[in-house]
Design a protein around this ligand. Structure first.
Ligand SMILES: [Zn+2]
Length: 450
């Protein structure tokens, strides 16, 4: 009984030792496993950190690939399941940010990362193919499980985009409504005030290509207003603030905002001249460009064939009065006689062509003359070659180049021989700079007299 007991006790001891061994060995095994697993976790943590552009894991890098993301996800799967939870949360957050950044790039015409956007404070414009439906869809798709500086910026950007979009639609409606409205009851001040309000609104969203309709409508309003009001007319007594706005308004002064084209109109006054005009026609023909000739009725009667030849070569003809009188010194009747007799002479020389535009001799005559001459547009100039001042082609070229604007109406006289070498040099230079040669009317210069 006793020995039986001692045998049993002995067995117990063995069992105890065995259990102890098992415990120790599994503790060691678990320790090793744990050690190995925590280095695995650290490796995955590093992988997740590498998805970010900054130390604090806030701004996601946009240049990572789907493969990289898949690799991180696969590596998380290899970690002991009890310890995956935190890694999965971190990875999920990175993935959401990556998706959001990709979606934002479908809104904006830029590949800048959000961090760079923030740092550079750059203003982004919508992609041309963005639609309202697409914007709403993207807004719906973007969701974050955590909140930080990045997600705040994304939400703010989305809100700004929606606001801009609504603003574009609203502004377009407003400009169109103003365009259609009757303005005859408006005083020039009210007309301009309304216009500048619209100009400011259009300006707020004009970086987005979707605002092009509002811009075009406003352009038409500006042209109509330029036709209705003589904005440099002292009779209006505009206050200083309004005068400032007039001279700084891009839509009024540039003719067309958003029209980045470089336009030039070559105009030649005081002809026809049998010694000079044919040479000028040759140069224009050589470079395949068209000009506009402001003719004196008295000379048209002497050289009608030259006038016909000019028209047949594809150039525009304009009225520059009959005797080159200063309209300032003429009566209303005399002014109309100067214009009408020249129209008649040109019509006769060309078998029926009637100029649509005229140029006041010396640009003189003011609002009185312009109001008097109905049914035709007064064309002045914004670049004076002063070709009558000097005989040096180089001097004239320098002056033209110094005064050249994106929308230029150039004044020449086909009464000066040295004009040919000027044009020989100027035309190819303008062509190389991308200038289009147009009629002066196409430039929409808002002034009609000097
Ligand atoms: Zn003249």
């Amino acid at each position: 009984m006793f020995s039986k007991f001692s045998t049993t006790a002995k067995n117990w001891k063995i069992v105890l030792i065995l259990v102890l061994c098992l415990f120790v060995s599994s503790a060691i095994a678990l320790g090793i496993y744990n050690y190995k697993d925590s280095s695995k976790i650290q490796a995955v943590e590093k992988e997740i950190h590498a998805l970010y552009a900054d130390e604090k894991d806030v701004y996601i890098r946009e240049d990572i690939s789907q493969d990289t993301l898949d690799q991180v996800e696969a590596d998380i799967g290899k970690v002991f399941f009890m310890k995956r939870w935190k890694l999965q949360k971190d990875f999920q957050s990175a993935k959401e940010k990556y998706e959001a950044a990709k979606l934002l790039n479908q809104i904006f015409d830029s590949k800048l990362a959000l961090k760079e956007r923030k740092d550079s404070d750059s203003v982004l414009s919508f992609r041309e193919d963005l639609t309202y439906e697409k914007l709403a869809d993207i807004q719906e798709k973007i969701n974050f499980s955590r909140q930080d500086e990045f997600t705040d910026r994304v939400y703010a950007t989305l809100n700004e985009s929606a606001t801009d979009w609504n603003q574009i639609i609203h502004t377009e409606d407003e400009v169109l409504a103003f365009k259609k409205s009757k303005k005859s009851d408006l005083s020039p001040q009210e007309y301009l005030t309304e216009f500048f309000q619209l100009e400011e609104e259009v300006g707020r969203t004009q970086r987005h290509p979707q605002s092009v309709h509002a811009q075009e409508a406003l352009k038409e309003v500006a042209i109509e207003m330029g036709d209705t009001l003589q904005l440099d007319d002292e009779d209006y007594n505009f206050d200083e603030e309004l005068m400032d706005k007039i001279s700084n308004s891009p839509y009024l002064n540039d003719g067309k905002k958003g029209d980045e084209r470089k336009l030039v109109a070559l105009t030649f006054d005081d002809g026809p001249n049998p010694d000079i005009t044919p040479d000028i026609l040759d140069v224009l023909d050589k470079y395949d460009v068209k000009g506009t000739f402001y003719l004196l009725g008295s000379l048209v009667e002497v050289y009608p064939e030259l006038v016909k030849e000019t028209l047949d070569a594809g150039h525009e003809l304009g009225n520059h009065s009959f005797t080159h009188a200063n309209f300032e010194e003429l009566t209303d009747e005399e002014i109309l006689e100067e214009i009408n007799s020249t129209q008649k002479a040109i019509k006769k020389a060309t078998d029926g062509y009637e100029p649509k535009t005229y140029r006041l001799p010396y640009g003189a005559g003011g609002k009185r003359a312009v109001d008097l001459i109905e049914g035709m547009t007064s064309i002045i100039w914004n670049v004076d070659s002063e070709d009558w001042v000097s005989d040096s082609a180089q001097e004239i070229l320098t002056r033209v180049n110094e005064n050249l604007q994106d929308k230029s109406i150039l004044l020449f006289h086909d009464s000066h021989e040295h004009l040919v070498p000027v044009l020989e040099s100027l035309i190819p230079a303008l062509q190389a700079e991308g200038y289009e040669f147009v009629t002066p009317e196409e430039i929409n210069y808002p002034y009609y007299y000097y």
